[in-house]
Design a protein around this ligand. Structure first.
Ligand code: DMJ
Length: 632
């Protein structure tokens, strides 16, 4: 595998450490931006005639539908290629006329482009935006067919949770204030961009979102704003989505990331607020992801171009493989899409993946992280409950929960997988800390990622309904993982957890390599505190959550928002200058829930996707959404 710096940012994968401005000299970025803006502007300001003519030039004139071959032309599949004599002369004249026209159009276009380029950058950008808005409006007219109505599931506990205890109320208000700070700064400096650079005070993006401004932070933050009662901010977000969120862009995005952040975010916003626009956008976007499944096996590509539908895999992933945590983290959203649209296509895609996985041999009962979508064979035998594997296991459990515990196939797959993981990956350190290692080429690496810490919450969530009535055991396992992950925070200077930590020799829950010492506002440890709190009400989880809240506010807060830090062991850490969208979607949401009463989004009625977007339990008789009109 390549170095983490080459990996895409998220998806429970090891992310690149954002090296900030020094890695990409500012002037180069500015020049490139200016160049792109000019090219984009120049295209928009070509006269309409030249834009269209590019595509029909010649075709009508050279290949004319004709069946009469008597004058010496050849009939090729219904098109006649013209021959000699009179026709040839006429043809030359016609060509000359076209050539002149192209020349004239071209000159006119250049003139117009030159004129436009004399304008200031702001003027050009404003004009581009106007053109884009027009296109968006056109598309909206085409795409806004109302979807068939379905009975909405029971939406319980979307406006509750106010704690009676004044101390807890104060903590909850503090988290809300932090959300406001993150949102307001994004609103001011990064609006419409995917993420925010809180120090440079401008927009930020990574390759997972493609090259387009898709407002990832807006979509990811909506449901957190909603449950916190930040309704004006929610409406601002809704308005932006309604007017600007456009998926007909020539942009190559991560299928997994777009699914968990955008489709998950839009669906949750729809269920919470009832606003149709979110459902319509989610369905439009899902349609754009479907071409990713056009592979010889039906295992989707990691990336897809939203416009052309062309897909491919990450260059670093074992011999062209797709990634378990990516193609295995679509189920929840896709079942909801089928439920809401009455169209089984989404359900069929994810069930096909499941069936294929069920048929495959698993080394030691473990799922390797890599699967080749061309051959249907496993790639490198590397198994992880952290980056590359994690949310696959999470979605097996959540598929069962989301089906009102009817999808026993998913539950069985989860139970089998967890048993193998416990046998081969979970160990106790010399100092008595339970950790989950990684299986690499036949040996156990005694290292655990921050991402892996989500598993504490997963074990607790899956305790009820576990095989052989081992509920107590799994709750205990969840508690042990929570404890280990808390230790990884507590053993740092900043009281914030490193990206990965070891259990080797004398080292216990501490990062060793410099490039594993960063904290990028990730949620997994807090996520586990929250689940453990819900299932045990042990006050230590609120205490640990409060420690993390204070540390984030002290060390990650800057006047322009919140930033990740590069070394949690340093007393004067430097910033990575990125406010990740999952900070608003997950970290702050889980903290808020931790200091709320359990009647806010109760776990009997809601299942959180891997980006913390709550989706309601579907009380279906079974998960057979394969076109049965009863489920429409
Ligand atoms: C989030 O995007 C999701 O939680 C994903 O499953 C894993 N990585 C990030 C947060 O760390």
């Amino acid at each position: 595998m390549t170095t983490p710096a080459l990996l895409p940012l998220s998806g429970r994968r090891l992310p690149p450490l954002n090296l900030g401005a020094s890695a990409f000299p500012h002037h180069r970025a500015t020049l490139r931006l200016a160049f792109i803006t000019l090219c984009f502007g120049a295209f928009f300001f070509l006269p309409d005639s030249s834009k269209h003519k590019r595509f029909d030039l010649g075709l009508e004139d050279v290949l004319i539908p004709h069946v009469d071959t008597s004058k010496g032309g050849k009939n090729l599949g219904g098109f006649l290629i013209h021959g000699q004599g009179h026709d040839e002369h006429r043809h030359r004249e016609e060509e000359e006329r076209l050539r002149n026209k192209i020349r004239a159009d071209h000159e006119k276009a250049l003139e117009e482009a030159k004129e436009k380029l004399k304008k200031s950058r702001d003027e050009i950008q404003a004009e581009i935006q106007t053109e884009k808005n027009k296109v968006v409006q056109e598309l909206k007219k085409k795409d806004s067919k109302p979807l068939p109505p379905v009975p909405l599931p029971n939406l319980i506990g979307i406006n509750s949770g106010e704690p009676a205890d004044p101390d807890i109320r104060e903590k909850r208000n503090k988290v809300k204030e932090m959300m406001k700070h993150a949102w307001d700064n994004y609103r001011q400096y990064g609006w419409g961009h995917n993420e925010l650079k809180p120090i440079a005070r401008k927009g930020h993006s990574t390759n997972i979102f493609g090259n387009s401004q898709m407002g990832a932070t807006i979509v990811d933050a909506l449901d957190t704003l909603y449950i916190m009662g930040l309704h004006d901010e929610f409406r601002e977000g809704q308005e932006w989505i309604d007017k600007n969120l456009d998926f007909s862009v020539n942009s190559e995005v991560s299928v997994f990331e777009v699914n968990i952040r955008f489709i998950g975010g839009l669906l949750a916003a729809y269920y919470l607020s009832g606003q149709e626009v979110f459902k319509i956008k989610a369905v439009q976007l899902a349609g754009k992801l479907l071409p990713a499944f056009n592979t010889p096996t039906g295992i989707p590509w990691a990336m897809v171009n939203l416009k052309s539908g062309v897909g491919r895999n990450w260059g670093w992933a074992s011999a062209g493989s797709s990634i378990l945590a990516e193609f295995g983290t679509l189920h929840m959203e896709f079942v909801h899409l089928s439920y809401l649209t009455g169209d089984p296509v989404y359900y069929n895609k994810v069930m096909h993946i499941r069936k294929l996985l069920q048929k495959m041999d698993r080394p030691n009962g473990l799922y390797p992280n890599y699967l080749n979508p061309r051959t249907g064979r496993w790639g490198q035998h590397h198994t992880s409950v952290g980056g590359l594997g994690d949310s696959f296991y999470e979605y097996l459990l959540k598929a069962w929960l989301m089906s009102d515990k009817m999808d026993m196939e998913a539950r069985k797959m989860y139970d089998d997988a967890i048993e193998a993981i416990e046998k081969h990956l979970i160990r106790k350190s010399n100092g008595g800390l339970t950790f989950i290692g990684e299986w690499k080429n036949g040996h156990l690496e005694r290292k655990m990622g921050h991402l892996t810490c989500f598993a504490g919450g997963m074990f607790a969530l899956g305790a009820d309904g576990s095989r052989d009535d081992k509920a107590g055991h799994y709750l205990q396992l969840g508690a042990e993982i929570a404890h280990t992950c808390h230790e990884s925070y507590d053993r740092t200077t900043l009281k914030l957890g490193p990206e990965a930590f070891k259990f080797d020799g004398g080292v216990e829950a501490v990062a060793v390599r410099q490039n594993e010492k960063y904290y990028i506002l990730r949620p997994e440890v807090i996520e586990t505190y929250w689940y453990m709190w819900r299932f045990t009400h042990d006050p230590k989880y609120r205490q640990w959550g409060w420690e993390a809240t204070q540390a984030i506010d002290k060390y990650c807060r800057v006047s322009g928002g919140f930033s990740g830090v590069k070394d949690v062991y340093s007393s004067s850490p430097t910033y990575d200058d990125v406010q990740q969208s999952f900070f608003l979607a997950e970290t702050l949401k889980y903290l808020y829930l931790l200091f709320s009463n359990d009647d806010l989004l109760p776990l009997d009625n809601w299942v959180f996707n891997t980006e913390a977007h709550p989706l309601p339990v579907l009380h279906l008789a079974n998960t057979t959404l394969s076109g049965n009109p009863a489920y429409r």
